[in-house]
Design a protein around this ligand. Structure first.
Ligand SMILES: Nc1ncnc2c1ncn2[C@@H]1O[C@H](COP(=O)(O)OP(=O)(O)OP(=O)(O)O)[C@@H](O)[C@H]1O
Length: 258
């Protein structure tokens, strides 16, 4: 594998649900060790793209490569081995209320018997510290935590198994702006510490600029732009700039009026 091989490559990805062509030839390279933010309107296919990469939805056509290897048609066992190297922070935290925080954090490691229960408590404390939480939080139930703390625990769980790819689904949704910025800072720190490749979906432009190196916009089932996340709002692409600035008037609205 050459140094230039993208960590993730999507080529000609197509997916329809009934008559609805959701992905219509998505091409996207995600650079190893970089953070990519995927933007797009509601229902544009961001989550479907993520689910295709995770192997949760089979694409109708196209290639999904991780480290240069096509992963779109793997056996279940092969797929699980790929997903072992992927961490995920879900939009709603998706913590198990029936388990204490420490078991949530080490869930994957425990399920795969990569760690004993005794060691998992120490491991959870270590990872909780990385997201700014005291080890005592490990003994609480997720239901006892604020939304911001739940996100931190979700982040701790996403990084505990030291994945080399991490997906972030709307990481700041539902948080106040300051907590959103705190979570973004933690995401950047954790991703850097692991040297991981990050892929995020977000509607929050401040967050996109903070956590992204690269950004790409999906529209009508295709990637219509990619560039530096820092340039969002001033990319020179009328659609992307309208979206990033949240303006009512512009090419995207004109299309809706048709
Ligand atoms: N399992 C499914 N069965 C049928 N249609 C689906 C399925 N999953 C997604 N869709 C449709 O695919 C389209 C894209 O959905 P997707 O969840 O990827 O949007 P999104 O870009 O993530 O939107 P949002 O920003 O609102 O979360 C939507 O019209 C949705 O209804």
């Amino acid at each position: 594998m050459s140094q230039d091989t993208p960590k993730i490559r999507l080529k000609g990805l197509r997916k329809a649900f009934g008559p609805k062509q959701v992905l219509d030839g998505v091409d996207l390279d995600i650079r190893a060790g970089h953070s990519m933010v995927i933007l797009g309107g509601s229902g544009s296919g961001k989550s479907v793209t993520l689910k295709c990469i995770l192997g949760l939805i089979p694409p109708d056509e196209g290639l999904i490569e991780i480290d240069g290897r096509d992963v779109s048609r793997l056996s279940r066992a092969e797929r699980e081995a790929v997903n072992d190297r992927i961490g995920m922070l879900f939009q709603n935290g998706a913590l198990f209320d029936s388990l204490p925080v420490w078991e949530n954090v080490c869930f994957k490691l425990l399920a795969q018997r990569r760690i004993s229960r005794a060691k998992a408590r120490d491991k959870a404390a270590e990872v909780l510290a990385q997201v700014g939480l005291a080890s005592s939080v490990g003994d609480l139930s997720p239901a006892e935590l604020s939304g911001g703390m739940q996100k931190r625990v979700g982040l701790a769980r996403a990084i505990a198994a030291e994945p080399d790819i991490i997906f972030f689904d709307e990481p700041t949704t539902g948080l106040d702006p300051i907590m959103g910025a705190v979570i973004d800072g933690l995401i950047v720190d954790c991703v850097k510490r692991l040297g991981a490749t990050a892929v995020s979906i977000t509607h929050d432009m401040a967050s996109a600029r903070r956590i992204g190196d690269d950004a790409a916009m999906i529209h009508r089932g295709q990637i219509i732009w990619r560039g530096a996340a820092a340039s969002l709002g001033e990319t020179g692409n009328a659609m992307v700039d309208q979206f990033a600035r949240g303006e009512r008037e512009g090419p995207i609205q004109m299309e809706l009026r048709k």
